[in-house]
Design a protein around this ligand. Structure first.
Ligand code: CAA
Length: 366
């Protein structure tokens, strides 16, 4: 690991966060009525609440650019201090030109900068973040910071079982001084090739093997957490974290993953319930208001959870991307976590956005 001049290990992490949600939303109960489903299936069965939606002239680029603008403004650093822009997305607008080029063009960033897009389904944002962290720790960054963005619009074919889980959003992070959170250099990755959720070239919507995708997600959770916990007692070890954040395709998926973890650790029902209710469920409030934002989903949960943490408190972040790849990260809150200024982005966007009804949704999809 890179060392500072006085020999301390160099620390790196999140220096600033900016978040952007699109200007429309619809409660999932309205979609249930449109599709002739019992609304409880979506609210209780899947744990969903609202879907964030984009108007026809708005999309993944606008989300990424605005989130980045907010992160840079809050950071207060100079654009000259950015040496890397990496955007994780599975809503690519071009097979060749990276989404980072649209962001750089809008923000007027050019020069000695590595700029690229990262794809691995919902895991792409985490990979971009890990690359930025490792770039800093390797010394290759030569003191520069990175702009990392996770931006996605999740849409399924009309009537698809995944439709109530739709959503959108972007999280931008400046990776540099660990003012908001330090990111542990060691992380726990696991991957296995599978066709659980994929979108072939030319297809507007993903193809999904629903039950297989649930199984892959749960297996990845068990593998990554077992690697983190090692020979420690799982309950005692995990109690040491203020919260456990997960990729949130829909909240029930996360509950199922925690149940699987409990089973693999041999926990009784009360212990599993304690972990879900105290350490996991509270991390998904923003996700319930925006639906699945693919690459951004985990980082929306992490951003919500970091807000208000005392310096030194630790959380985990579990990333999952279909195909499939997963990685578990450990973050330690920095001095700016408590203020949680990025919550203003979220509260403002949720307050300003328009709620559309089923008729307007049908027109939008048409
Ligand atoms: N009242 C209350 N609950 C009800 C109900 C009712 N009237 N009707 C059904 N339910 C419950 C069911 O019992 C079920 O709960 P349990 O799983 O706890 O038993 C739940 O509602 C869902 O019902 P179904 O299993 O029948 O749901 P479905 O087959 O229609 O759709 C899904 C579920 C396949 C996961 C679908 O949402 C989907 O395709 N989603 C996209 C894929 C996905 O998100 N996979 C997650 C892992 S992959 C990943 O993480 C990457 C990513 O972001 C996509």
């Amino acid at each position: 690991m890179q060392e500072t001049r006085n020999g301390d290990a160099m620390k790196t992490g999140i220096a600033s966060i900016g978040i952007q949600f699109p200007p429309l939303a619809m409660p999932v109960e309205d979609l249930a009525r449109l599709r002739g489903e019992d609304p409880n299936k979506y609210t209780v069965g899947l744990g969903c609440k609202e879907m964030a939606l984009c108007p026809s002239d708005y999309g993944v680029v606008e989300l990424a650019v605005q989130a980045a603008r907010r992160a840079i403004e809050r950071w207060g650093g100079s654009l000259d201090d950015i040496g890397l822009i990496a955007v994780g997305t599975e809503t690519s607008v071009d097979m060749s030109r990276p989404l980072s080029a649209w962001v750089a063009s809008e923000l007027g960033i050019k020069g000695a900068i590595r700029s690229y897009e990262v794809k691995h389904a919902c895991y792409g944002g985490t990979l971009a973040l890990r690359q930025a962290v490792e770039w800093r720790l390797s010394g290759a960054a030569r003191g520069k910071s990175a702009l990392v963005i996770a931006s996605d619009v999740s849409l399924y074919a009309q009537g698809d079982p995944g439709e109530p889980t739709q959503g959108a959003g972007a999280v931008a992070m400046i990776v540099g001084e660990p003012l908001i959170a330090e990111i542990d250099p060691i992380s726990y990755a696991y991957s296995e090739p599978a066709f659980d959720f994929w979108r072939p070239v030319g297809h507007d919507y993903p193809l999904v093997e629903g039950p297989l995708s649930l199984e892959c997600y749960q297996r990845a959770t068990s593998e990554c957490f077992s690697a983190l916990i090692g020979d420690n007692d799982p309950e005692e070890f995990l109690r040491g974290f203020a919260a456990l954040c997960f990729h949130v395709p829909f909240p029930k998926m996360v509950k199922k993953a925690v149940q699987r973890l409990g089973e693999s650790f041999g926990w009784d029902e009360a212990t599993t319930r304690f972990f879900f209710e105290e350490k996991v469920d509270p991390t998904m409030s923003w996700n319930r208001r925006c639906g699945n934002a693919y690459t951004a989903a985990l980082w929306i949960s992490v951003a919500q959870t970091l807000k208000g943490l005392r310096e030194g408190e630790r959380i985990t972040a579990f990333s999952y991307g279909s195909g499939f790849g997963a990685e578990l990260l450990v973050l330690r809150a920095g001095p700016l976590a408590k203020r949680g200024e990025w919550a203003n982005d979220v509260e403002g966007d949720f307050k300003r956005r328009s709620q559309i009804d089923a008729k307007a949704y049908a027109e939008l999809r048409a």
